[in-house]
Ligand binder design. Structure first.
Ligand code: PMP
Length: 393
């Protein structure tokens, strides 16, 4: 693939990506904060890249975090994906507004929230299937957005009751029902190529523009793998940043770390054990999986390394960022930040490391932040954070 030409525009640093920079994108574009945007879709993308001062100071590198929680529809990078999946389906004639067409999705929450918002905005219904161990505020929010929500027991992906399989069969049942001419559309974020391409067309180009192409490492976790695949494909292949170090941030309990480091996920007995223990393996929501999805596969060969992050490290990082930077984030963002620090410490001083802040801590009050409080990390009398490296163990 040829390198895309982009006219340099004065100071692009921290500036918005302009409409004309997205020539290949099917997504609506806007200048965040620089004018009127057209509907809620117009608040998606062009998120700021925050220099995290405390982490930069502690590592001697520049740690930059893409504030994806500021996407204005559903408050996560899944806004980009949901919009692209809907637009592609509309272009393919699989969805048309106003006739009762319903979007079905299996999601741990973020994609469902983005789809529920955009369904409302564009004249569809949304039906979301999610595991019942996810924070309750996510399904509450989905209810308030008018989506139909099914919280289902955690099950292996081979089980028809797994949240993804259930969403797929619900969509089929809807289309097959003879009493309605409307259709069910299974968005299928794990396997749909409209997922990673949303990041390849928007998140990646934004990061390139915001850093003016000067970045040494990109660190991200994988839920579907869409973010790491799309951003990496843009930066390494379309922009030719061959020396960029791409690092997967993987929570405890996930099989992807082993896949990247050793080429295998688990032996079959280990895999069964993992499945049985799935609910207690990690409290991190949104990243970490025990299978290779199509979206992850797209980026797999471009990932250079992986960092395993424990729940305790993620909790301590989340607390650290509130205390030092006033940044209040959810669990997957905390995992990303731990891995960004570990990566930075192995790189020459002054390197630029980019990571993703996926969603806000407000999505995680009842689980992740409750646990942080129970660990005593919010106790002001605790002298627990003098040295970041000690904090991260
Ligand atoms: N963080 C959160 C909170 C998420 O919900 C997800 C998606 N499941 C991710 C990170 C991971 O993004 P991706 O699916 O692009 O790998």
């Amino acid at each position: 693939q040829g390198r895309r030409k982009r006219p340099r525009q004065g100071s692009m640093l921290f500036g918005p990506v302009r409409l004309e920079d997205r020539e290949e994108s099917s997504m609506s574009s806007h200048d965040r904060g620089h004018g009127i945007v057209d509907g809620i879709e117009g608040t998606i993308g062009n998120t700021p890249l925050i220099k995290i001062r405390s982490l930069s100071e502690a590592t001697g590198c520049t740690i930059l975090a893409k504030a994806e929680f500021l996407n204005g529809a559903g408050g996560s990078p899944k806004d980009r994906v949901a919009l692209n999946m809907i637009q592609v389906a509309e272009q393919q004639g699989l969805l048309s507004p106003g006739g009762g067409d319903t979007i079905y999705e299996g999601t741990v929450g973020s994609t469902g929230i983005s789809l529920a918002v955009l369904a409302r905005a564009r004249g569809y219904k949304a039906h979301i299937c999610m595991p019942d161990d996810m924070a309750i505020e996510k399904s509450d929010l989905l209810h308030h957005l008018g989506a139909t929500v099914e919280r289902v027991p955690v099950a292996p992906i081979t089980d028809p009751g797994h949240f993804v399989n259930l969403a797929r069969s619900r969509a089929k049942e809807h289309t097959a029902a003879s009493d309605t001419p409307s259709r069910g559309f299974f968005a299928d974020q794990f396997e749909s190529m409209a997922n990673y391409t949303a990041h390849m067309k928007t998140t990646g180009p934004e990061i390139y523009a915001q850093t003016e192409g000067r970045l040494d490492a990109f660190v991200a976790g994988a839920g579907t793998g869409g973010t790491i695949a799309g951003v990496t494909k843009h930066l390494k292949e379309e922009r030719g940043l061959a020396s960029l170090k791409v690092v997967l941030a993987d929570p405890q309990g996930s099989g992807l770390y082993n896949k990247i480091r050793h080429g295998v996920m688990y032996s079959s007995t280990e895999r069964e054990g993992k499945r049985r223990r799935q609910q207690v393996d990690t409290m991190v929501e949104g990243i970490g999986i025990n299978r290779i999805t199509e979206n992850f596969e797209v980026g797999r060969g471009l990932i250079d390394d992986a960092v395993k992050v424990t729940d305790e490290q993620a909790c301590r990082m989340a607390r650290w960022l509130v205390e030092h930077d006033g940044i209040f984030i959810g669990s997957s963002s905390a995992v990303n930040c731990v891995a960004a620090v570990v990566t930075a410490l192995k790189m020459p001083r002054g390197s630029q490391v980019v990571t993703i802040l996926c969603d806000s801590g407000t999505r995680h009050l009842s689980k992740f932040w409750k646990h942080i409080a129970a660990m005593g990390l919010e106790d002001e009398t605790q002298e627990q954070d003098e040295d970041l490296l000690a904090v991260l163990g």
